[in-house]
Ligand binder design. Structure first.
Ligand code: FMN
Length: 408
């Protein structure tokens, strides 16, 4: 016997209840942001919004770009241990960093020159961080000064990233600006004794500010809105060095000091009384030395593989570093974290929190502050979902349950 459905007259109230009356948004930019389900989706949207030279500056890394994909593979190789039958009706992804709560274990890492990516620049990123009770780090190479950022987003918890410059007085002047503008901690970047060699930037002829060449005319035709914003908003420059009459090359030569050493940490400890976080640590031995010197935190980082190409992926040494120094100081990590699952992997292997870089830059390039909010929303969604599915109600449980690094 063949089973047949019994038919009625069309049920109009039921039909109406299924209609979604929302009008489609007319802004293509907003629509792409709303539809994005991953950071990769936002990166694809970003690529359509900014000139190639800008996108490449963000996405690219050093030389053969081997380190970056290796880091990504290492993070994705992590498998999560799971506990069952634990009540996960409420999960709490917050963490306490230097005595204060953040709502997710992510920190906005320092990235220079943000107004190149979107004319609203650093304040837009800091504003999204602040709305979500997260910390924002301003780079020495920022397009707003420490004071301008503080004035634009006064409620944002903020850290300042420093390069120890050839001339100590230059560093001291910037440290003073940061202190006077309410920055809570200093991040000392130590993986730039010299600049990395980024072939994409060399091939694209990246300059600061962008130069107008014959090819630029075609670039303007392709991304007119980006160029319009460039020409109709304030001058694009490194704010901390306003008034300096040095070329970009001279500036880089001043900022990156090849003579930087452990003595500089001692000097910094005497010049700054708040927490100091050393960024760019890539070995257990160096982490131990810094812990013995009384530094409050480190970021295991290879600068997103934008400096040394073939460093060890930070996630591969995370557990050993946490075991060696985790009782004495906070261990942060960065490089290729592109989802809440990626962040979960680092927390489960013992990190205090994850610094993000390109992830939020894709958001800001795609859609300014709204794009950054979307990055946070996606990371939060996936992180909380992973916490619940692994049976963990807070970060202490995540670390206890742990994870397995696939590459070991
Ligand atoms: C466009 C760009 C600019 C950056 N500028 C700085 C900087 O000025 N100072 C610094 O310490 N790190 C800088 N970084 C490195 C980041 O702080 C971070 O270490 C790296 O981006 C992490 O990798 P991810 O981008 O894959 O998250 C920059 C990274 C990018 C992508």
């Amino acid at each position: 016997m063949v089973i047949k459905s019994k038919r009625n007259f069309p049920n109009l109230p039921y039909f109406y209840s299924l209609i979604d009356w929302k009008l489609p948004t007319l802004s293509r930019r907003k629509s792409a942001t709303l539809k994005a389900q991953t950071i990769d989706d936002l990166a694809r949207a970003a690529k359509k919004r900014v000139p190639k030279v800008v996108f490449d500056y963000v996405e690219g890394s050093a030389l053969d770009e081997i380190g970056y994909s290796r880091s990504q593979r290492a993070i994705r190789s992590v498998q999560f241990n799971t506990r069952i039958l634990r009540d996960v009706s409420y999960v709490d992804p917050s963490e306490i960093i230097f005595g204060k709560k953040v709502d997710l274990p992510i920190v906005f890492g320092p990235t220079g020159y943000t107004r190149l990516m979107h004319h609203v620049g650093e304040p837009a990123v800091a504003s999204a961080a602040s709305h979500n009770n997260l910390i924002y780090s301003l780079s020495t190479m920022g397009t707003v000064s420490p004071l301008e950022l503080a004035e634009a987003v006064p409620d944002c918890r903020r850290w300042f990233q420093l390069y120890v410059m050839k001339n100590r007085e230059d560093s001291a002047a910037i440290i003073k600006q940061a202190r006077d503008s309410g920055f809570e901690a200093l991040i000392l970047t130590v993986d730039t004794p010299v600049g990395g060699i980024r072939l994409r930037d060399l091939r694209n002829g990246l300059t600061v500010p962008p130069r107008i060449r014959i090819s630029t005319v075609f670039a303007i035709a392709r991304k007119p809105i980006w160029w319009l914003n460039l020409f109709t908003t304030k001058k694009l420059e490194f704010a901390a060095f306003r008034g300096w009459t040095k070329s970009l090359l001279e500036l880089a030569g001043t900022i990156y000091s090849p003579a930087i050493s452990f003595d500089d940490i001692n000097w910094l400890q005497s010049a700054w009384d708040g927490p100091i976080i050393v960024k760019g640590v890539q070995s257990v031995a160096d982490a131990k030395m810094l812990a013995d010197m009384g530094v409050q935190g480190i970021v295991l980082s290879s600068h997103g593989s934008r400096q040394l190409d073939r460093g060890v992926p930070p996630i591969e040494i995370l557990q050993d570093v946490v075991k060696a120094v985790g009782q004495k100081m906070d261990v942060f990590i960065d490089g290729s974290f592109m989802s809440g699952q990626d962040v979960y992997a680092a927390i489960a292997l013992g990190a205090k929190a994850v610094f993000i870089g390109r992830a939020y830059l894709y958001g800001v390039m795609a859609d300014g502050e709204r794009g950054v909010e979307k990055v946070i929303e996606l990371m939060r969604r996936d992180f909380i979902n992973t916490m619940a599915l692994t049976g963990n109600r807070n970060l202490a449980e995540v670390r206890q349950t742990g994870a397995i690094l696939g590459t070991k």
